[in-house]
Structure formats: C-alpha cells, structure tokens
Design a protein around this ligand. Structure first.
Ligand code: ZN
Length: 101
C-alpha cells in the first residue's frame, strides 16, 4: 500500500518515501514534476486540473516534510490552487498520478 488515506501521515515518514521514490533533492525537482503532471493533477478543493486552475508551490518548516538541498530543515511542500486557494498536499497529488498508471 502506498500513502493510503487511513494511515497516519507521520507514521509513513512520507518525506523519506517521496525522496526515495521520486528522488527529489530540491524544490526545482518538485516544481518540474508538478508542471509535467499538471494536466492530470486535479485540485482537491475545486476539482479543476492544476494546469487549468494555475498553481503555486509553497512550503513551510515541518518535521515530517521533505529534506531538500534548498533548506537546512525539513519542509512541508504543497501546491496551492490559484483558482480556489486550496493547499494540495504533495502525497495527494502523487496518489492521483499513481492511480493513472
Ligand atoms: Zn482549486
């Protein structure tokens, strides 16, 4: 199982899983991933594809976040929808891509 809904976010050590699976080492990697997948990623708030809604990558310090070269501490990175303002957690977006496979 990968990033299931019922499993506590912290217990999965999501940051490590994401880094291992997607090999993201810096914000630029994440931005490129979101940009590449934006047509199939749907905002959890308004259901629009992120490519249509527009999006901004945001982050803040969080112990379960991603360890990236850009920062000294782990960062919680999420994708804010420009249409409705919803903050889409990366793991929810990743699950959408995984489901497409
Ligand atoms: Zn939205």
């Amino acid at each position: 199982m990968f990033l299931g809904e019922n499993v506590s976010y912290a217990s999965l050590r999501v940051g490590e899983i994401l880094r291992e699976r997607y090999n993201w080492t810096c914000l630029r990697d994440i931005i490129e991933w979101v940009a590449d997948n934006a047509p199939i990623l749907k905002c959890v708030g308004c259901s629009l594809p992120l490519s249509a809604a527009g999006w901004v990558l945001r982050w803040y310090p969080h112990p379960d976040g991603l360890k990236l070269e850009d920062f000294d501490e782990p960062m919680w990175v999420y994708v804010e929808c420009a249409k409705c303002g919803y903050g889409n957690a990366l793991w929810k977006l990743i699950r959408q891509v995984e489901a497409e496979r």
